[in-house]
Design a protein around this ligand. Structure first.
Ligand SMILES: *Cc1c(COP(=O)(O)O)cnc(C)c1O
Length: 499
């Protein structure tokens, strides 16, 4: 063999692949910087007071010509993120379903990053694929799905929901795999409540059946799907030659946390021969609690279920799950022929995720929930869920005691509230709270009204944080009348938080 004389000189890049001592020192830097930043966050602003122009100018300095020292860059990135993000780890972030990530799930991310296993096939990562399958089976069993159920981890709820639609279409008409929507005798349709997640439109678009395939079913006065209207809508669509394929029951609507009537939806689906998908992206967290899980009764009858671990199970993002009683349909929907993928080490419709799911290269997401469940157990996760429901109930009661109107009645601990008559509107109050940096809440629409949406998503939020939020909301609501309560609140309780 001819020696390549340059090769002897061409050592591995020490910035990309440092030696053990250097790597250890960078790891220590990283740990210290993160620890310090995260320790400061609870006493700082929840939402950024961010100078985007200055940041852009800083960024422009990174022209990637002269390499910079790793510790400097780590410091720069972490300090900019500290001031340039809405902080989900802040105990007064009462926001969308994004969690403060549990520590076990952060460890899982680090482990996955170090080995960087490829989970496309069980041949390449037998331990990883088997571990994920074990967690999926455990979650499916906990949700009450039948023996033999399966599924896989997804990038989030949207991918899991998209998977459900492809499975429903494929089972309804196997020719969909070959000829797409043209395989149907008329336009395929599926049914979601008018409070369902908006991503269904994108999902229908991507599946090639078009956004008009999303049929919105009206809700009852509590914000749950009206199953009479569902049955009528299906019959009407059929009379026009459309081809209904799936009913989606949302278990925990994104806005108001309402759970569609699962048994009734299931009955409509069964009698009409449609796939029943339960979108429990957030609300599915209730399965962890022995006390609260009965709110999801009926979920066990679903053909498929979405649960996001990166919502109520507090893993890092994105980590969703697609669970199904029909793993064979998923394999039928996502298969590729062996000879077409000859570079792949195997093509096993039982075990290889790349032929049973939408992804090809696959990150080791399941480890996050595995580590979480292994160290906390269902009891620990259940206690986490119950705690956030309890804190939400306190928010509801405290607001009501101050004359606020709580518009929703959700078992999953999302509070949608309106200020007392004569106050500023919900939108102005949310803007005031967010601008103050003292807490974070969202504006939402529920039953056609603009409401303040409050959700406990941080396992470290305390009764004091909840109390603080209630008084902040109340002081913002009456700000037109007198600015006193707000001023007193800031001076008395958070001197250093408003700088
Ligand atoms: C969050 C959510 C989704 C979307 O999930 P992502 O993880 O954000 O992709 C879908 N449905 C419901 C009910 C949700 O709450």
């Amino acid at each position: 063999m001819d020696a390549d004389p340059a090769l002897a000189q061409a050592r591995p890049s020490s910035s990309l692949f440092p030696g053990p001592a250097k790597q250890r020192s960078w790891e220590d830097d990283l740990t210290t910087l993160l620890e310090e930043a995260l320790r400061r966050i609870p006493s700082g602003r929840v939402s950024p007071a961010f100078d985007l122009a200055a940041f852009r100018a800083d960024l422009a300095g990174f022209d990637f010509t002269a390499p910079r020292p790793m510790p400097d860059v780590l410091f720069w990135v972490i300090s900019r993120l500290e001031t340039g993000l809405v902080h989900l780890t802040h105990p007064r972030y009462f926001g969308l379903f994004n969690p403060a990530p549990s520590f076990p799930s952060q460890c899982a991310d680090r482990i996955a990053a170090a080995f960087n296993p490829q989970l496309a096939t069980a041949t390449t990562s037998p331990a990883g694929v088997e571990l994920e399958a074990h967690v999926i089976r455990a979650v499916a069993a906990r949700a009450g799905l039948p023996d033999g159920s399966g599924g896989h981890f997804t990038s989030g709820g949207s991918e899991a929901n998209a998977t459900a639609l492809i499975c429903a279409l494929t089972r309804s008409n196997p020719s969909y795999a070959g000829t797409g929507a043209r395989a149907f005798s008329g336009p395929p349709t599926f049914y979601v409540s008018s409070d369902a997640h908006l991503a269904w439109y994108k999902i229908a678009h991507q599946a090639g059946i078009g956004r008009e395939a999303v049929r919105l079913v009206e809700t009852d006065t509590a914000g749950r799907m009206d199953t009479g209207a569902l049955a009528a809508g299906i019959a009407l669509d059929r009379s026009y030659g459309r081809v209904p394929v799936m009913i989606v029951a949302t278990a925990g609507t994104t806005g108001g946390g309402m759970i569609d009537p699962l048994h009734a939806c299931s009955e409509v689906a069964r009698t009409r021969g449609l796939w029943l998908h339960v979108d429990a992206a957030w609300g599915g967290g209730l399965i962890a609690s022995d006390r609260l899980r009965r709110a999801l009764a009926g979920i066990e009858t679903a053909d498929s279920v979405t649960i996001d671990a990166h919502k109520w199970f507090a893993t890092t993002m994105g980590c969703g799950m697609f669970l199904t009683a029909h793993p064979d349909v998923a394999a039928q929907s996502f298969h590729v022929a062996q000879d077409a993928a000859s570079f792949m080490p195997s093509n096993d419709r039982q075990h290889d995720p790349y032929v049973t799911s939408g992804q090809w290269s696959r990150r080791f997401l399941g480890l996050r929930l595995f580590l979480t469940l292994a160290v906390a157990g269902w009891a620990g996760l259940g206690a986490h869920v119950e705690r956030s429901v309890r804190l939400a109930r306190t928010i509801r009661l405290e607001l009501q005691a101050r004359g606020w109107n709580v518009v929703n009645n959700s078992p999953v601990g999302v509070v949608c509230a309106e200020p007392p008559p004569g106050s500023l509107g919900a939108r102005r109050i949310v803007e005031g709270v967010v601008a103050s940096g003292l807490a974070w809440v969202a504006l939402a629409r529920f039953l056609g009204r603009e409401v303040i949406r409050i959700c406990v998503t941080n396992g470290r939020s305390s009764p004091d944080d909840v109390d603080f939020l209630v008084r902040l909301l109340d002081s913002q609501a009456v700000r037109t009348v007198t600015s006193m309560p707000f001023t007193r609140l800031q001076r008395g309780e958070c001197n250093d938080r408003t700088q």
